[in-house]
Design a protein around this ligand. Sequence first.
Ligand SMILES: Nc1ncnc2c1ncn2[C@@H]1O[C@H](COP(=O)(O)OP(=O)(O)O)[C@@H](O)[C@H]1O
Ligand SMILES: Cc1ncsc1CCOP(=O)(O)O
Ligand SMILES: [Mg+2]
Length: 267
Amino acid sequence: MQDQTTAGNLLYTMRANPPLVQCITNFVAMNIAANVMLAAGASPAMVHAEEEAGEFAAISGALTINIGTLSSGWLAGMLKAAQSANEAGKPWVLDPVAHYATAFRRDAIARLLELKPTIIRGNASEIIALAGGTSRGQGVDSRDAVEQAEDSARQLAEKHGCVVAVTGVTDFVTDGQKAKRIVGGSPLMPRVTALGCSLTCLVGAFAAATPDAPFDATIAALAVFALAGERAGATADGPGSFSWRFLDALAGLTPEAVDRDTRISAA
Ligand SMILES: Nc1ncnc2c1ncn2[C@@H]1O[C@H](COP(=O)(O)OP(=O)(O)O)[C@@H](O)[C@H]1O
Ligand SMILES: Cc1ncsc1CCOP(=O)(O)O
Ligand SMILES: [Mg+2]
């Protein structure tokens, strides 16, 4: 029987019934993340106010939370949304942007982790620090290699009972037991702001489409991103043209090309 959980099949499934994804992301990411979601075939809604975030999570297929431009009002909305997603049995994804940088962020991330995210997606410096290690991250940017974050990712996945994705030159995904690596993308990706934040939203879209398989959903989202990034990078002149070429590449990916051209291996 054909494997229904390949990245290409999950892209087909996600597009066939575009999931509503509530994205609580940051001011920098909001526009590009919504465009990435639409290009890939999902239906994003950037809804963060404390007054409505919980109600909205209950009607969404998945929720994503990103602390990139945190404030106390937004944190209140995040906590309500995560509680509501849990009560409604909806998957939710945490992006711990620069969580190590200030006491406010450290406190916020601890409170969000208590609400048991289904998936955590971060760069290597964020994942190392989240597991209690010493990272070299500078603000929102990673200065560590993904290979050095793999043990941290496995520990975090086991401790919190979730899937952990570390991204960078090669991506790494684990649920604490099994693990996979995804190769692809472009060196231009970290030179365009908020692509990691956008990827977190896309992980939410795949998780909404296949809520019982968060490990496979995460791999599919990262594989789609890696292939679109590789294609856009092949013809881009720099970060500016990469940005629009990346949206076009995402929209133009077919499930067949994803299953043929992505490079996913067991770790
Ligand atoms: N040097 C690189 N080469 C190829 N792909 C990369 C590179 N750096 C980051 N990426 C890709 O960019 C996307 C965002 O990841 P990353 O830059 O790690 O996140 P963040 O923006 O949160 O720091 C991921 O799809 C990742 O695979
Ligand atoms: C520049 C910046 N400042 C606060 S959030 C943000 C965007 C970070 O995006 P990413 O984590 O995808 O690099
Ligand atoms: Mg980030």
